[in-house]
Design a protein around this ligand. Structure first.
Ligand code: AHR
Length: 313
């Protein structure tokens, strides 16, 4: 839109930096730390940017406040990693009315009018859920356990976050193909290690026949592993409980190498350069893809030692 174009041109012509306001979810996980690092090392003065960074401590109300602040400061771009999908219409409309383009990164927003943001880049969380369930089916098959009754518990992420919704739904859909799999219980561990441990402790008190833990991120899996060990049980490829997780951060590779975790489904946090590319294209008036999914892999324990040195986060 014209208001925005004129503003960007003016700042660039003056030799100034492009001012980017970034509203980050929080610092709840290793993944999030890697994501923040990627944004901070990309949006530097050296690269022609001024980054205004806000950590919302996992609260949407803080994110909305931050976005309103960015609007008041008349930044050139607003980038949001939204905590949950809903509740964004009003503040995004305010940004649009102010002529400030918005880029959504990582999790998605669920808005009635998709012209409220320019573009989204992030993970295909539903596919990650499918991949997790398919990996489990194959693993059980290799262990000649595909006909056994399998009891699963899930540590869910922040309820209403795309990463939670997609992973939960993906696994649930695939469970229809495995009538011998039972989901004993799902509960949120808020994507944190401490809450993951706490919820796992309560699962272990309620059920003595857990075969599989699905942790919707690595940090909750680390907490679950601590709870399992404290309860005198074992996990990982040579243990009693299969640990399946998401993100594939460096510490997950260590956990797999140590024999505690069975697999981590990748979620790539290195979005800084991807967001910068979108901004550069918008600066030139080029069109950008509205939705862009990043490519991701599946990392089981038996490949962890070999793969770990090649990982960037
Ligand atoms: O939205 C991505 C998710 O958020 C990651 O899986 C998790 O670790 C982070 O907190």
């Amino acid at each position: 839109d014209t208001a925005t174009d004129t503003k960007s041109e003016d700042t660039n012509a003056a030799g100034d930096t492009i001012v980017v306001g970034f509203s980050q979810v929080g610092a709840e996980s290793d993944w999030r730390t890697a994501n923040t690092e990627s944004m901070k090392t990309t949006f530097t003065e050296e690269n022609g940017y001024t980054l205004l960074f806000d950590d919302a401590q996992q609260k949407q109300e803080n994110q909305i406040k931050a976005v309103r602040n960015f609007i008041q400061q008349d930044v050139d771009y607003i980038v949001i990693a939204p905590v949950t999908e809903t509740g964004w219409d009003t503040v995004l409309k305010e940004a649009k009315d102010a002529g400030i383009p918005v880029i959504i990164v990582d999790r998605m927003v669920d808005v009635s009018d998709d012209s409220l943001y320019e573009a989204w880049v992030g993970s295909n969380f539903l596919q990650e859920g499918y991949d997790a369930a398919d990996w489990l089916a194959e693993y059980l098959d290799k262990q000649q356990r595909s006909a056994e009754d399998i009891n699963i518990v899930t540590l869910q992420g922040t309820i209403g976050a795309s990463a939670q919704i997609g992973r939960t739904d993906g696994v649930e859909e695939k469970m229809k193909e495995h009538t011998n799999w039972t989901m004993l219980e799902r509960q949120t561990g808020e994507f944190t290690q401490a809450k993951g441990q706490e919820v796992m402790e309560s699962f272990l008190k309620s059920y003595d026949d857990i075969d599989v833990v699905i942790a919707e991120n690595d940090n909750m899996a680390f907490g679950a592993i601590d709870a399992i060990k404290a309860a005198g049980k074992t996990c990982g490829p040579n243990g009693d409980i299969i640990i399946l997780s998401f993100d594939a951060v460096a510490a997950a590779f260590d956990s797999m190498i140590a024999g505690d975790m069975n697999v981590s489904i990748e979620c790539n946090p290195l979005h800084g350069p991807r967001v910068a590319e979108l901004i550069q294209k918008l600066e030139k008036g080029e069109t950008v893809d509205k939705i862009a999914y990043v490519e991701e892999g599946i990392f089981p324990a038996d490949t962890a030692a070999e793969i770990k040195p090649t990982r960037a986060y």
